[in-house]
Design a protein around this ligand. Structure first.
Ligand code: ADP
Length: 962
């Protein structure tokens, strides 16, 4: 039996697990079951409809309505959300049938089902209504009370819920049967029995819950109240427990919130039956307010709030004043210690660090200076060699050299000169800056010819302006004194830099160099040197940066132009050093003008007049030195033999006798052996350097003129070397004029000769006229011959010897070839190779070389193919040189040989030929050739010479012993 219902006719409907039973007058009058069309006979609820029909809710097949017409099933198709029907209630007040299914509440009116979707809960069991127009819904959660209108309109927003927490004694159960009696008392079948609630008479009882403090324990000892009613907690107390008391006479279980304000407002929030004590340990001294609040369970609203005062007494050290004092003391103490530590360690450490850093910086700076000095030496030395050698090429005598060859060599040499010059100037720039930076830049003043200086500058720039098709106008004040005194080098460097920039930064148009004398008296003149261009110009905002080191402007636009940004900085610093100035005026895009103003002393006031810009490239003709002194003895000391060679070369025209030494030690040795007029001593040498060597020299030769040779431009030369005891110094690359001047100063007048005209050297530089035909002889290069023979006279000698040996030598070579004696053949062509080279027969020499190579490689095929040609070419020289002897004979004007000499010669030859002493025999024979000899002897000696060239020792011995 699940459910019973009393119908209006007094019959009882009973829902069972096996259908619906109708009982009347204690008798079962009808049982509805499967046969009546009930698919499901587990009937959970029965009820009478408004028209006497039976409503039956099943456990899984929805709702059956049984009337006289039969059974109608209402299921999910008709709008039920579940086929398990918990309860069907007829609501006579509202004329609806309530259907509580397992997951929703719905009602049926006029056979239409309406779901109440806003009901807050869906595991409901039953629904009842009171007289106050409320529905009471029993659910697994408790009892919900909802207003009828809200329920029917499905607009529930307010409801009340009664649970165990607020007074319900037992929660409803689903399969129980709860019912309302006539007085409105609801009997609820619950989990722990039946509860009865009179829902008709329900009213909201808002009982005031009384709250107070049950106890405050300080380390388990109850705290006392002071006169004001505040609880007093002693300063010693560590653990404080606050136990609230809630005097609650309701059946509900209120929510309580207990907290101490000013400590944390969270405190404890709990239902009364779970409320514990509020505990604090280490509460600071001070006044607190204890709140005990009752909260609304649903909304958390504060329903009541009771406040109690608590005072915690301070301990001595907790007092603010005491604390402040303590902190101050502590701070003072810590400060003292920190100060001591700082003074003792950190400051000292910093001091040491600063000292170290300073020393390091000084060391680094020193290293930089040393590096620059070394670099200057290391780089300038080879440049010096290159430039010196190049200078020698430029001065080489062109006589007798094929003109096109000579010209191209000279052009290359000029290119080398200009490249070396720009390399040198770059290095000099860097060195200049380092000198300026270290305050070591000084003026080097001397007399100079201003016109010559300008000419040199203009010549250099002219080449560049022409190649860029820029105009280059020169306007030089005619009233300028011809010889001035000042730092010519620096002026030159500034003007060159300005002009170079003008070329570099001008694309169209050109530039003008204008030199004006702005003021002049008998002693000095003020110069204004301006370089004005039509170039790219300089932006106003860049003016400040213009004269900064390493600063380059308009980098984007000028990216293709080489430069370091050093030039203008150096120039201005130089101008200032000379007491002058360098300024710039410019219009961006229009052009710039750089103006150097400087004052110079006047040595020769003669005006230069109209300035002539002649090109003074003196490449032809021998160099004319300032003096000639064959009796002068000069000692040059340098560890680099190339440098020695250069100085020797430079001094050659002066004819001074140059002795060289490659080290300081060797220099001292040489000084012991002879007396020198001047010593030129390199500064930087391995082992004993120039300065050390000098100090040793000075011990024995206090007055000997000794000049330092230096590429070391990073120190102030003159001053530095004079201080070290040198007579002076010569900077590399060495300027010939300066070198000559230095030497001249120390030579006695009587050994110096003035070279009026270019000196003609004793050694002829060209072939005598009667041999000029040799120049036109095919297969012979006279210049090479002269060069390889070491001079004209020995060349002629070589030619004669070559000529004399052709016949015999050719037959020896031929014989060796024919007899297949490859070894001998190779030796013979090897010898011929050298001889041919000596006379300038270069192609013959080359031919010999290839045959010699073939011989060494036993390449018979090559020899077979070429041996004939070689002999042919070789023998052709017999004809080519046939005039050699004839000329000599006709021009021979020799002394007759003295009797003794001839006799001695014979004796020597008899002795030396069996010993096969080639050199001595050759020497004797050559010597004899200097005399006019009796025909018989001449013939013999000629024969011997020929045999000698062919190494025919046997035949020679035969001849001489005969
Ligand atoms: P560099 O030419 O080696 O870069 P400078 O010190 O001589 O160094 O010049 C510094 C900069 O000043 C140059 O890079 C260039 O931007 C600018 N400048 C110098 N001369 C001129 C000029 N005549 N016209 C335009 N700009 C110039």
């Amino acid at each position: 039996m699940r459910n019973v219902y009393e119908k209006s006719d007094g019959s009882i409907l009973a829902g069972t697990n096996n259908g619906i039973v109708v009982i009347k007058n204690d008798e079962i009058i009808k049982v509805y079951g499967t046969t009546d069309g009930l698919n499901n006979t587990v009937i959970l609820t029965v009820c009478e409809g408004f028209n006497g029909e039976i409503y039956a809710g099943t456990d899984g097949d929805g709702l059956y309505i049984i009337s006289d017409d039969g059974v109608t099933r209402i299921g999910s198709e008709e709008g039920l959300s579940s086929d398990v029907i918990m309860r069907i209630r007829r609501d006579d007040n509202k004329d609806v049938m309530w259907i509580i299914s397992s997951n929703s509440i719905a009602y049926m009116k006029d056979l239409i089902i309406k779901q109440v979707s806003t009901f807050p809960y869906n595991n409901n069991f039953d629904i009842l209504s009171d007289k106050n127009d409320n529905y009471w819904v029993l659910s697994s959660d408790g009892i919900y009370s909802v207003r009828c209108d809200d329920m029917l309109a499905d607009t529930i927003s307010e409801y009340r819920l009664y649970t165990l927490a607020n007074g319900l004694t037992s929660l409803p159960i689903g399969h129980g049967y709860s019912a309302l009696d006539n007085e409105g008392k609801l009997y609820i079948a619950g989990q722990s029995g039946v509860s009865r609630v009179n829902i008709e008479k329900y009213f909201e009882r808002n009982t005031k819950i009384i709250t107070t403090v049950k106890n405050i324990l300080c380390d388990d000892i109850p705290a006392k109240k002071d006169a004001s009613g505040a609880y007093v907690i002693s300063s010693e107390c560590k653990r404080i427990q606050i136990i609230p008391a809630i005097l609650d006479y309701t059946v509900t279980n209120p929510t309580v919130h207990v907290f101490l304000s000013d400590v944390d407002n969270t405190g404890i929030t709990s239902e009364l039956n779970r409320l514990s004590a509020l505990e604090y340990t280490g509460l600071r001294y001070g006044s607190y307010v204890l709140h005990i609040q009752i909260l609304d369970r649903g909304s958390g609203k504060v329903l009541s709030d009771e406040a109690f005062h608590i005072k915690k007494e301070p301990r001595f050290f907790e007092l603010i004043a005491v604390r402040v004092l303590l902190i101050a003391l502590l701070a003072a103490g810590v400060g003292l210690i920190v100060w001591r530590v700082m003074a003792g360690t950190i400051i000292r450490k910093q001091y040491v660090q600063i000292q170290d850093a300073k020393a390091e910086a000084e060391r680094a700076n020193l290293a930089k200076s040393r590096f620059l000095a070394n670099m200057s030496h290391e780089i300038r030395t080879p440049i010096n060699t290159i430039m010196g050698m190049d200078e020698m090429i430029l001065r080489e005598n062109a006589d007798g050299v094929p003109k096109p060859y000579f010209l191209s060599v000279i052009n290359y040499a000029l290119d080398i000169r200009s490249a070396s010059e720009s390399l040198l100037s770059l290095i000099n720039d860097i060195l200049d800056i380092s000198k300026i930076e270290s305050g070591k830049m000084h003026l080097v003043e001397q007399e100079y010819d201003i016109a010559a200086t300008l000419r040199a500058i203009i010549t250099m720039i002219r080449v560049r302006s022409e190649s860029k098709r820029l105009f280059f106008n020169v306007e030089i004040d005619e009233s300028m004194p011809s010889i001035l005194y000042g730092d010519e080098g620096k002026i030159k460097q500034i003007v060159l830099n300005l002009l170079t920039n003008a070329v570099k930064y001008t694309v169209e148009g050109g530039f003008t160099l204008k030199v004006t004398v702005t003021e002049k008296d008998s002693e000095k003149c003020d110069l204004r040197i301006s370089v004005k261009d039509t170039g790219i110009g300089i932006k106003k905002e860049d003016f400040d940066k213009l004269f900064n080191a390493y600063e380059r402007l308009d980098e984007e636009k000028n990216s293709g132009i080489q430069g370091t940004g050093l030039g203008l900085d150096i120039s201005r610093q130089f101008a200032h050093l000379m007491g002058g100035n360098l300024v710039c005026e410019s219009e961006y895009g229009e052009g710039s003008e750089f103006i150097l103003t400087v004052s110079q002393k006047i040595v020769d006031p003669k005006e230069i007049g109209v300035f002539k810009e002649e090109v003074e490239e003196n490449v032809k003709g021998p160099y004319v030195p300032q003096f000639i002194a064959p009796d002068a003895d000069i000692l040059v000391v340098d560890d680099n033999p190339m440098n020695l060679n250069v100085i020797k070369g430079l001094l050659k025209p002066t004819k001074v006798f140059v002795t060289t030494a490659e080290s300081g030690e060797e220099c001292l040795e040489k000084l012991k052996l002879s007396t020198f007029n001047v010593v030129l001593l390199d500064h930087m040498m391995p082992g004993m350097d120039g300065i050390e060597t000098l100090s040793k020299i000075r011990a024995n030769y206090p007055d000997l003129p000794v000049y330092a040779l230096t590429a070391n431009a990073a120190v102030n030369g003159e001053e530095f070397y004079k201080e070290k005891g040198f007579t002076g110094y010569l900077a590399k690359p060495i300027d010939t004029r300066a070198l000559e001047r230095a030497i001249m100063m120390h030579l006695p007048e009587d050994i110096m000769l003035k070279p009026e005209t270019p000196e003609v050297s004793e050694e002829p530089t060209d072939l005598p006229d009667d041999l000029k035909w040799l120049y036109d002889t095919e297969g012979i290069s006279v210049p090479d011959g002269i060069k390889h023979s070491g001079g004209v006279s020995s060349y002629i000698n070589s030619l004669e010897l070559f000529y004399d040996t052709i016949e015999d030598n050719a037959s020896v070579i031929e014989k060796a070839y024919n007899e297949d004696d490859i070894k001998l053949y190779t030796i013979k062509v090897h010898a011929l190779k050298s001889s041919a080279r000596i006379i300038g027969a270069l192609s013959l020499s080359d031919m010999c070389q290839s045959l010699e190579d073939a011989g060494n490689a036993e390449n018979k095929a090559f020899i077979d193919a070429n041996a004939g040609i070689l002999l042919e070419v070789y023998k052709a020289f017999k004809d080519k040189l046939k005039n050699i002897r004839k000329e000599e004979k006709s021009s021979g004007n020799k002394h007759p040989v003295p009797e003794d000499t001839l006799k001695e010669a014979y004796e020597a030859l008899r002795e030396l030929i069996p010993q096969m002493d080639y050199d001595s025999v050759e020497e004797i024979l050559n010597e004899l050739n200097n005399y006019a000899l009796p025909d018989k002897d001449k013939e013999l000696f000629d024969r011997l010479l020929k045999l000698l060239k062919g190494f025919a020792w046997g035949e020679m011995e035969e001849l001489i012993l005969k």
